[in-house]
Design a protein around this ligand. Structure first.
Ligand SMILES: Cc1cc2nc3c(=O)[nH]c(=O)nc-3n(C[C@H](O)[C@H](O)[C@H](O)COP(=O)(O)OP(=O)(O)OC[C@H]3O[C@@H](n4cnc5c(N)ncnc54)[C@H](O)[C@@H]3O)c2cc1C
Ligand code: SF4
Ligand code: SF4
Length: 1001
């Protein structure tokens, strides 16, 4: 295989290099095959395994790493979030990752609206820090949650609103950067005679040569550089030509993709935040008409004009959460809509422009009445929530499109060509013709205001014929773009995809100029070679993530992956879904990915894990990599929160994949004592309860704690949940009024053994609501029912299957009658909705799964159906609620707040938290304890500590409650307890007496 981790040399020379780097760099020096594999890809379709990776802690260390690599004759590639789409960040030298440590806002000048940042700072992070000052950095790339300023400058990135704010280049005031030889230079505005420039002589000479090149080539540049604003291909030679104002040398570095210098600081221009805006949704009966109209609509100076086509509208209509948005924003059956955004400071001005938009559309022949010459018109959107919903829909619609499971995928290579607006309609029509000529199709979305059309034709790059089609489409499209005097690289940069076409696009002379620039900056070709100049062929399959000899051998898997193609019953296809877009690297909002938020390591993010799995199953990490120690290390901090399943744009489900890894590990390495203790808990929990004082001895004895840590790897810093004798053990199998609506209450092991009062509370609430509650005895065997969760977390899939089998057999008769199966512990109950169906696909299992509901989900459904009648009394206080990750992943969290809001006077507040970090057995592990606490400290524990003593802290997860108790000393309650408390607050409440027919055993 041409470019795999296996083939990289591990010679004595590398050993010497690693030794020196490790001696002189305190940050991470990663030269093992797993780490190198994780840095071999970005959001492009390429893969080149680097010789090694350095994650420096300071700029000094960065420059030292650069010097050491250069001494060793190695190439160096700087990297931020690694979200480039054209292969900019893949190379076979040493990758230097700026994102982990070099991410500070160095200084901020609010008055002059400027700031200086380190290159690893993520855009959203910067904007979070600016918000309080009423400022923002407006190059709002779609990858704002993980794109770094250094990477954005490297690619000359553009946001959706570049019509007003321009590109990265337009907003970069100056840069500090290190040349390949280590010289640090300030790149900023300079007079053409360079008088007074503060730089060493070699720097002044470099600037002088560059300005001379600009003067020499001014004519050619004027002739050959496309005039569209969206031109990010090649070096920005136009920044060097003589002009009436000073030249800004930083603008040559912007867009240079790490090939000229290492950026060490960036000075940015900031803008006031947008306070007011309105949207006009322009409807068109044909796609062509929409594209043709864009050139006219921009005359009204909108801030953005975005296209949504028929396919995306149809997708939206199919998805429940988008249906109301489409209903509000879309009239009739348009072939395409253009969403026109006005965002002036004065809202009256925005409304005026909206009116003008309707008039202009009318002039173009699109108006709803009169009768229209052409079908179409404008829907005006002035309410902020609907505006946000439309933006969310646009983003998600694209994700839905990207989530196709078949082997062919939308591929980015002509994705961002830009043409002058008058040609946009013809261009799109001809582009569609090129796609169909080559047997493919693509859904289009465009920054219509700038003629930059986004489109990814669907291709399977493992097939030679599709690779040939890709090349042909690229050549024909770029030739067409050249005819229109457009830009073949309108947003995403050059990388490997576009660089070879520079000569065709700019001509031989400008291409030679590009080479001259590179040669003058980096004569030894150290910095990210093969990008912009002297690039390999874009269709060199040896450089692909799926090269011709890519194979996944037969794999034995334990779960059902049949929704996907490939080996292991589809496991291969599921793993390969990750397209490296990096959304899992976001640092705020949602849950994904808590382990990355705690460590900022590529190893600990969903993407890093998916890449490692892909390399492992395709044999690129050596034999038996799937069950290896290094794979366990990769999975170690995955808390199986299932957030990725929900939040990853293509639904990569790492928690489920981790079960495969654990199961493979059990087969090859057996079971550790800790996994045995955790996995088999449901089997011995009842016995331990009977012997509670003895079983809890470990918590009281420091010696035993120490001993447990040594032999079982359970952190001595942790208390274990205390066993108690009064477990939940009702005698009656049924409670509540005989004619009441039937429900089953699932008594999971954790609540049954450790916190029976939660089940008591739930039972009381349900009975008070008039429900007939069944607590059926197991159909098989005497031991209580169990969902198998703990077995799954230890990789004991057969045992989990057995437990689920007993549960299904017991509950199936109820499920067949449509009786809801209600549970309290999210991770247990939701196993019935999730893993159960990966283990069994029979009708009984499907019926049980379909009836499984969390307690609050049930109450909310009943309330919505007008059936819920609970005699709840007021609790004049506050409830602070933390959601369990699985509740969030399954869209079952908002119901917790809704259910709590049934309590009169209770003020319900949600904690914006990710995973609590406990995650079943994870928080107890000696080696994972620190990470567990770090996750909890990100937001959950500080929020709980801030709450006053009277506030009720609510958390439905057993683990979450334990973590809150360990971290803050406060007892959190299951929501069922709060509702039961509310029952107690009604003096005349007949449900005040304990529900009949049960007692604690
Ligand atoms: C789904 C998706 C949507 C996207 N949407 C947009 C969009 O709306 N607009 C847009 O413009 N792009 C978009 N992109 C492309 C990409 O996200 C952006 O170019 C982004 O700015 C890259 O940031 P990064 O931190 O990931 O950079 P990386 O990919 O890590 O690096 C980008 C380049 O900068 C260089 N570099 C990084 N750090 C330094 C440094 N310190 N010194 C010198 N060179 C450095 C790298 O070598 C590389 O050549 C999108 C990509 C994806 C996957
Ligand atoms: S795991 Fe999902 S979110 Fe993360 S990079 Fe892969 S596809 Fe993107
Ligand atoms: S399950 Fe959670 S911790 Fe594991 S990869 Fe997914 S988001 Fe990250």
């Amino acid at each position: 295989m041409a470019a795999t981790a296996e083939t990289a040399t591990n010679s004595a020379e590398i050993g010497g290099l690693v030794a020196r780097l490790s001696r002189e760099i305190s940050g991470e020096v990663l030269f093992d095959s797993f780490s190198r594999g994780r840095y071999a890809t970005d959001a492009s379709f390429y893969q080149i395994v680097p010789a090694g990776v350095v994650v420096p802690r300071s700029m000094d260390e960065t420059l030292r790493a650069l010097a050491i690599a250069r001494d060793a004759g190695r190439k160096v590639t700087p990297r931020g979030g690694g979200t480039s789409q054209c292969g900019q960040t893949v190379n076979d030298g040493i990758v230097i990752d700026f994102s982990k440590y070099l991410n500070r806002l160095i200084s901020l000048d609010v008055e002059n609206k400027t700031c200086v940042v380190e290159p690893g700072l993520v855009l959203d992070d910067l904007n979070r820090q600016l918000r309080q000052h009423g400022l923002w950095f407006p190059v709002d790339v779609s990858t704002a949650s993980r794109a770094t300023i250094g990477g954005m400058a490297g690619n000359n990135s553009c946001g959706g609103r570049s019509l007003r704010y321009g590109t990265m280049r337009d907003n970069t005031l100056s840069m500090q950067a290190a040349l390949a030889d280590g010289t640090l230079l300030h790149f900023g505005e300079v007079p053409r005679d360079l008088a007074g420039v503060d730089a060493p002589a070699s720097g002044v000479a470099l600037f002088s040569d560059m300005l001379a090149l600009g003067a020499r080539e001014a004519g050619e540049i004027a002739e050959r550089f496309p005039k569209v604003q969206r031109r990010v291909g090649g070096y920005n030679l136009d920044a060097l030509v003589p002009r009436n104002a000073p030249n800004n040398m930083a603008h040559l570095l912007v867009g240079s993709e790490g090939t000229l210098a290492f950026t060490t600081k960036v000075e940015l221009r900031l803008w006031p935040v947008i306070r007011n805006k309105v949207l006009g949704v322009c409807h068109f009966g044909s796609f062509y008409e929409a594209m043709d109209a864009a050139q006219h609509l921009v005359r009204l100076k909108p801030i953005a004009v975005e296209l949504v086509d028929r396919t995306m509208i149809a997708l939206g209509r199919e998805i429940a959460m988008f249906q109301p948005i489409i209903a509000a924003a879309v009239r009739g059956d348009p072939d395409a809509i253009l969403v026109v955004e006005f965002a002036e400071e004065d809202q009256d001005e925005n409304l005026r422009r909206l009116k003008q938009l309707t008039e202009l559309m009318g002039d173009l022949g699109f108006s709803w009445g009169n009768p229209p010459r052409k079908w179409g018109g404008v829907v005006e959107i002035t309410e902020a929530p609907l505006q946000t919903a439309i933006a969310d829909f646009r983003a998600s619609g694209l994700n839905v499109m990207m989530s196709m499971k078949e082997a062919g995928k939308p591929v980015s290579f002509v994705e961002d060509c830009a043409v002058p607006l008058p040609h946009l309609a013809d261009y799109t029509e001809r582009l569609n013709a090129i796609f169909s000529k080559h047997g493919t199709r693509g859904t289009m979305y465009a920054h219509a205001s700038e003629g930059c059309l986004h489109v990814r034709p669907v291709l399977n790059l493992r097939l030679d014929k599709d690779v040939k089609a890709m090349r042909a489409i690229a050549e024909e499209t770029f030739a067409m773009v050249r005819d229109y005097k457009g830009s073949h690289s309108g947003e995403h940069g050059d990388g490997i995809v576009r660089s070879e076409f520079h000569e065709a696009m700019f001509g031989a002379r400008i291409t030679a100029d590009f080479r001259e620039v590179k040669q003058r900056f980096d004569p030894e070709n150290v910095l990210n070679p093969g990008k912009i100049v002297d690039a390999p062929k874009m269709d060199d399959r040896a450089l692909f993530r799926y090269p011709p000899d890519y194979r996944v051998g037969e794999l034995k898997t334990v779960l059902d992956w049949s929704a996907f193609p490939g080996a292991g019953g589809g496991f291969q296809g599921a793993v390969e879904m990750c397209n490296n877009n990096g959304a899992c690297r976001k640092l705020e909002g949602g849950v994904m990915c808590p382990s990355f938020r705690a460590t900022h390591d590529e190893k600990d993010v969903t993407r890093g894990r998916a890449n490692t799995l892909r390399l492992a199953i395709s044999g690129q990490l050596g034999p038996d990599a799937l069950a290896s120690d290094a794979m366990m290390e990769t999975m170690k901090l995955c808390v199986s929160c299932k957030a990725c399943r929900h939040e990853c744009p293509v639904g990569v489900d790492m928690a489920k994949m981790k079960i495969e890894v654990l199961a493979a590990r059990v087969v090859t390495h057996g079971l550790s004592l800790r996994d045995r203790l955790i996995g088999y808990l449901p089997r011995y929990a009842d016995l331990a309860s009977r012997l509670a004082p003895l079983a809890n001895w470990r918590n009281r004895s420091p010696l035993l704690r120490y001993w447990f840590e040594r032999i079982a790897g359970i952190s001595a810093a942790r208390t274990l949940p205390a066993f108690r004798r009064d477990v939940f053990a009702p005698e009656a199998e049924t409670s509540g009024p005989a004619g009441g609506r039937e429900v089953v209450l699932f008594t999971d092991t954790f609540n049954r053994i450790y916190e029976p009062e939660n089940l008591d509370a739930a039972l009381r609430v349900l009975v008070a609501g008039g429900y007939r509650v069944h607590l059926p005895k197991p159909a098989q065997g005497n031991r209580p029912l169990c969902c198998g969760r703990t077995f799954l977390s230890a990789g004991l899939v057969d045992q989990a299957r057995r437990e689920l089998g007993r549960l299904v057999e017991t509950y199936a008769p109820f499920a067949a009658r449509g009786v809801p199966i209600i549970g309290l512990e999210p991770s247990c109950l939701l196993t019935l909705r999730d893993e159960l169906l990966s283990l069994r696909s029979d009708e009984a299992a499907k019926a049980v799964s379909a009836q499984a509901l969390l307690f609050e989900e049930f109450l909310v459904l009943e309330a919505e159906a007008g059936r819920l009648q609970l005699p709840l009394g007021a609790i004049a206080g506050k409830a602070l609620v933390h959601g369990h990750c699985h509740q969030k992943s399954f869209g079952a969290f908002k119901q917790v707040a809704q259910a709590l809001r049934l309590v009169p006077d209770l003020d319900v507040e949600i904690i914006e938290s990710s995973c609590c970090g406990m995650a079943g057995g994870f928080g107890y592990g000696t080696e994972t304890y620190q990470a567990s606490m770090a996750m909890a400290e990100l937001s959950l524990l500080p929020a709980v500590r801030k709450a006053d003593a009277a506030t009720l802290v609510v958390a439905d997860g057993t683990s979450c409650r334990h973590q809150i108790a360990d971290g803050t000393g406060r007892s959190a309650l299951h929501a069922a307890r709060v509702l039961a408390l509310s029952l107690d607050c009604v003096n005349s409440n007949p449900a005040h007496t304990p529900a009949e027919g049960h007692h604690h055993g």
